[in-house]
Design a protein around this ligand. Structure first.
Ligand SMILES: [Zn+2]
Length: 311
């Protein structure tokens, strides 16, 4: 029997210590190509708003810290990239498993696949608190994988690029709208408004670059990006009042995208909530019946709104 072909994307020219290094080189190019206007917007921001040309990467074995803007430069940590790739993988793979179960995959086989996905999720979540090595032999990753995983890894890579692009567009918007220079940390309302404005601008930039064929993939990537904010906390309210509630950020994106009721975009949001529930024991009830994916999402969304009233 022939050995399973292994794809090894590692290359000595890659900077970084984690398997995500194989995708990192492409991030600036992906960002530049967010939409046809983006290069001109960047040029204007460099000339008039002091945007630092280039992304400031932080390499090394540190915990996953969210990207941020400091002195008009966008900072991003290697571990956060790894974390986000894993979240994209989990949402996509769990969505595929749900589909497989509906199409006759036995429960035992599905349980085993789901357990493997959840192991990757636990690893991703652990990166928020502490760095540990991404075991390439044990966990799915973009650097070393079997030929039979190629299609999944490539789809996840696309989701990852869309997710990171959305997050970087949010940071870019802070500079474009001059939030970083206007920041008044004594006024939390201002910060929340700045965050809402950056979310809206990021979504607008992403959608400007979409065609009818890329819209769904980009939208799924954006849902993954928003869920990357969720797993930092058991509650959606930001602890220091600087950001809008995470569930509101997700809800605004969904209302804006307005997918048809059975779109996988709703299912991704539902699965994201189930993962969050599992991570923090939220104990959301499952719906007994649901006539659409949108209804599944709203079933959890409404429980969450009730929970927030009691906080
Ligand atoms: Zn922000």
């Amino acid at each position: 029997m022939p050995a399973i072909k292994v794809i090894d994307k590692s290359n000595p020219s890659h900077i970084g210590l984690q398997p995500i290094r194989v995708l990192q080189d492409l991030l600036p190019l992906k960002l530049e190509n967010t939409c046809p206007e983006f290069i001109e917007l960047t040029r204007d921001a460099i000339e008039n708003k002091n945007l630092y040309p280039g992304l400031m990467y932080h390499y090394g074995n540190k915990r996953a810290e969210s990207p941020y803007v400091q002195f008009s430069a966008i900072h991003i940590h290697e571990s956060f990239l790894s974390y986000t790739w894993c979240i994209c993988y989990c949402l996509y793979a769990l969505h595929t498993e749900t589909f497989n179960v509906k199409n006759g995959k036995t429960d035992d086989a599905a349980d085993e696949s789901i357990n493997e996905i959840l192991n990757l999720f636990r690893y991703a979540k652990s990166l928020i608190h502490e760095y540990s090595e991404w075991n390439k032999e044990k966990f799915p990753n973009p650097e070393l994988y079997g030929d039979e995983e190629k299609m999944t890894i490539e789809i996840v890579n696309k989701l990852f690029f869309a997710a990171i692009n959305y997050i970087l567009c949010h940071e870019f918007a802070h500079i474009e709208c001059e939030h970083n220079t206007k920041h008044d940390f004594d006024d939390p309302d201002f910060n929340i408004n700045a965050e809402i404005e950056a979310d809206e601008r990021a979504l607008q930039l992403m959608l400007l670059g979409c065609t009818s064929t890329t819209l769904q993939g980009t939208s799924l990537g954006i849902i993954c990006a928003v869920f990357s904010y969720f797993f930092f906390s058991k509650y959606t309210v930001s602890s220091n009042g600087t950001h809008p509630d995470t569930d509101n950020r997700l809800h605004e994106v969904l209302l804006y995208l307005d997918p048809e009721p059975n779109s996988p975009i709703w299912t991704f949001a539902y699965i994201g909530y189930r993962l969050w529930d599992m991570a923090f024991n939220k104990n959301f009830e499952e719906p007994e019946t649901a006539t659409s994916n949108k209804e599944l999402y709203f079933h959890i969304y409404e429980q969450l709104q009730n929970e927030k009233k009691t906080l």
